[in-house]
Design a protein around this ligand. Structure first.
Ligand code: TLP
Length: 387
């Protein structure tokens, strides 16, 4: 099985897996074939590919239908304005801006903080360098200076050695970027004291720190702290409404008023100036106010999956490390690569994807119940032991 330009094929030349967002997804064909078996026709798929697949709640759909809207490029949409005010309040920052995607949020923040020709220090699995289409080079003209950190966690000790000396021929460090939770690292939580030390050290050297907090509410839940507390020292934070919080679209950037004013310029430059976006912000408000309270459930389900997987021969995962809704585990010992593993699961209506040929990722969310997780473990056992 060899990776092709946009997918993986099995020996029979059928497209079984496509590369989407850096993750191998079972192709529509594989999913279609899986759905053909008579007893499975009526079964709903259990979708562990990501928490981005969550359906908006009925309350969100009603709020969207009834949202009061106006043109947000003129700054006149009352629902967008309310969402921005609430986000700023909740994060205890001066201002916030609504953006269509997490990618745009990160890339706009980077564009504001840096100048062309600079470097950004980050962990090597950071989403913004691996899964955002090299926008950091194309839009901000910067290059990443990466560091490996166990569980995606890098320290000030490591970072300070990578800050460029002031030689005119060296790309100067413009920004430090952290991620909480670490998506490709397995939903890991960035320890508060480590983040604080990085922010303090960076600020002393006049460097800003941006947080990719796509799943910051998951991190806050696991840490038992508020999002304001865990993001207090960051200059800017991006977080997503459209992942575990179930909004259909949208992310937020929060920071100082001066930062957000500049972000508005670059959001427009990226094509992210939206018009009657209150329809989306209405769902976002419910995501922000009501959905964080239930994330604990997703974390408990992820732990249940991790503990079950740890007992299956050939699967490698440290269940104690699973604190949020993402699990990354190796399938090397099963004799399967992640494409074959995903295909076996898809044939039983369980959708999941590998982050590379050896490591699978499962993500729990609002549309995956505890009962679903038990079913997934049965399906995995059957796939590995060949039933
Ligand atoms: N992550 C997606 C895929 O891109 C892999 C997922 O399924 O997890 N930061 C982090 C940490 C993210 O995980 C993501 C999305 C983003 C940024 C980008 O958000 P979107 O997809 O809204 O552009």
């Amino acid at each position: 099985m060899r990776p092709l330009a946009h997918g993986l094929r099995d020996d029979g030349r059928k497209l079984i897996s496509v590369l989407v967002d850096g993750i191998y997804m079972p192709s529509k064909l594989a999913q279609f074939e899986a759905s053909q078996s008579v007893e499975r026709k009526t079964q709903r798929a259990i979708d562990l590919r990501s928490d981005t697949v969550t359906q908006p709640t009925p309350e969100m759909r009603r709020a969207m239908a009834e949202a009061e809207v106006a043109d947000d490029v003129y700054g006149e949409d009352p629902t967008v304005n309310r969402l921005q005010e609430r986000a700023a309040q909740i994060f205890q920052k001066e201002a916030a801006i609504f953006v269509p995607t997490g990618t745009m949020g990160n890339q706009v923040a980077i564009r504001v903080h840096t100048q062309h020709g600079q470097e950004i220090i980050c962990e090597e699995r950071a989403h913004f360098i691996n899964l955002e289409s090299a926008t950091v080079a194309a839009f901000s003209g910067c290059q990443p200076r990466t560091i490996y950190g166990e569980d995606g966690v890098i320290t000030w000790e490591q970072i300070k050695k990578k800050i460029a000396p002031p030689a005119y021929y060296r790309a100067q460090t413009g920004l430090i970027e952290l991620e909480n939770t670490g998506s490709l690292a397995g939903g890991t939580v960035f320890p508060q004291e480590v983040a604080d030390e990085i922010c303090d050290g960076a600020h002393e050297m006049g460097l800003p720190v941006h947080l990719d907090g796509a799943r910051i509410f998951n991190a806050a839940t696991a840490m038992g702290k508020s999002v304001a507390e865990i993001t207090r020292k960051f200059d800017s934070v991006m977080f997503c409404l459209s992942k575990g919080l179930c909004a259909p679209v949208g992310s937020m950037l929060v920071g100082s008023k001066a930062f957000i004013d500049k972000a508005r310029v670059f959001r427009k430059a990226m094509g992210g100036g939206m018009r009657q976006a209150g329809v989306l912000a209405a769902a976002g408000l419910i995501a922000l106010e009501k959905m964080p309270a239930r994330l604990k459930e997703d974390h408990e389900n992820a732990r249940l999956l991790a503990e079950g997987l740890a007992e299956i021969k050939g699967i490698k995962i440290d269940a104690k490390k699973v604190r949020t809704n993402i699990l990354v585990f190796s399938v090397v010992g099963t004799g399967m690569d992640t494409t074959e593993f995903s295909r076996k699961l898809a044939a039983q209506n369980v959708l999941a994807a590998g982050i590379d040929a050896e490591q699978m990722r499962f993500v729990t969310h609002n549309d995956v119940s505890r009962e679903d997780c038990r079913k997934v473990l049965e399906v995995v056992r059957a796939a590995v032991y060949g039933k």
